[in-house]
Design a protein around this ligand. Sequence first.
Ligand code: 0RA
Length: 658
Amino acid sequence: MAETVEMTEAKKNASDSYGADQIQVLEGLEAVRKRPAMYIGDIGTKGLHHLVYEVVDNSIDEALAGHCDTIDVRIRPDNSIRVQDNGRGIPVAIHAKEGRSALEVVMTVLHAGGKFDKDSYKVSGGLHGVGVSCVNALSDMLLVEVHRDGKVYQQEYSEGKPKYDVKEVGKSDIRGTIVTFHPDATIFQASEYNYDTLAARLRELSFLNKGITLTLTDERHTNDDGSLVTDTFHSELGLVEFVKYLDGTRSPLIEDVIYMEGEKQNIPVEIAMVYNDSYTENLHSYVNNINTHEGGTHLSGFRRGLTRTLKKYADNSGATKNLKFEIAGDDFREGLTCVISVKVQEPQFEGQTKTKLGNSEVMGAVDQAVSEMLENYLEEHPKDARQIVDKVILAATARHAARKAREMVQRKGAMSGMGLPGKLADCQSKEPSKSEIFLVEGDSAGGTAKQGRNREFQAILPLRGKILNVEKAMVHKIYENEEIRNIYTALGVHIGTEEDSKALNMDKLRYHKVIIMCDADVDGSHIQTLILTFYYRYMKELIENGYVYIATPPLYQVKKGKEGVYCWNDEERDRVIERMKGPNKDGSVHVQRYKGLGEMNAEQLWETTMNPDSRTLRQVTIDNGTEADRIFSMLMGDEVPPRREFIEKNAVYAKLDV
Ligand code: 0RA
């Protein structure tokens, strides 16, 4: 019944000349508006940004087909987005079968994207690959302009419905397509674009598609000198530069980036890799420009080829003959940073987030590619080969020691009954979905939190001082570190480092909210980063499942007489001060800056930071895996200038305290 009503609505709003097919089409776009999350993932910040990626992907396809080399993206003052490319322009001629402009079909028919160009090698396409018509359906305004054959054509839509037929509006001496859209605020929970999020994706695209120039401009505000914030992303060397960018703050172990590009069994494969002196593995894989977080057959093929080739080389060189234990697969990847990009015509995506490649034929292709590439490199660079083999043997030895340390920890745990850390004040609930644990900086704040909490469902684990920087520590150090051990025994999950136990035992997790609560100062944000680094490197599933949160204690209390108001940022504080001063500006208002959790009593801490009814928790998510990886290594690495720059740009507390 509801369907019928909507069809009539849709028909009324569209132009008169539309026949039955058109109704079908509009019904399609109505489906997108009804269940947007099914098409673009979610209707929050992620989905909002996803719209941009869908539009940009069309231009990337045009570039991959060899007809376009520049893509310009602008965030306009009203948070609409404008994407311009210098491709051939979407065809505007009347589409024989559809009886209307091809442009209109592309913009209003689900999945119509590439169907006019059967020869084109369409392999791009956003995570959900839903096409520009979905963006159209979810926009209250979309304007498409096509510059083609010396003319400009345009059509405008609202909620995916054309406002008029495609029309010629002028002459042009450029070529290309311009799409401007404004997300429908009745659909999305978020409306503001984040410049850095878009920049990270465009940078990634520039590395993955070498030779294309992508620009991003923020028209919402100007710099002090009147200019606009803008960035240009262009990479001549593609993945080689990507790997160098990712490893910018790590020390390389070998001279060159190992690189190969080619086609194996009709599958284009591109791989770049380098070894550094860290202890972490950094593998990033892409299929058709989509980051495959969950891996898949291409990654398996890579691992297999890498292990076999390196093992053969190490054995032949005699380096492994005195080793008393087996080298594990992981050992070959310690300190490895690598990006794999494959293009697959009909990718099958599996897994929880549909980011795991399932096509079995890709495994052999990548295995073969990496074997050939690596064999050549090792033959031609004996000094580097030696470095890599030594590193692998060291990793194997350390892992052997780590296993012993872990077994010891587990035995100790088993002997002391429950094995929960003594410092943990556990909650009464044994139901993980209802339970929370606060990791609290310092014993004294921990004490306050214990008094202030609701013991039914809130557990408190105080942490003493700085936890270990896992970015710079070998694995066995991590098991030996008391604070880290307390964290994972309290959570009930072990940390995965062995190949077979990589997946955490998430079903054992004792709390579904793991909340980091630190002081609102430089030390506090440092400790927060250390804990997040540990989670990111050793318990990534915890973040991926949305279990990790950051508590936000207030920064100020503004007081006048008996009235006290907590404020979480400067604007809020200034607003409250103004209000309290009154119209005559004569109230003498007192502002207290909270630096530490310890400056609040138990009741204040509960009210502002812990009470689910009044607190604000920030959920930790991973927007862009490669960028997150780079930032963690930079924050925890040895180089000071990039860290300072990042902190100055991002940290609220740093600004407040200097
Ligand atoms: C199909 C055919 C042709 C161009 C395109 C698609 C095209 C689509 C988009 C989307 C964004 N930018 C785009 N640029 C081009 C042209 C076929 C021809 O001219 O013969």
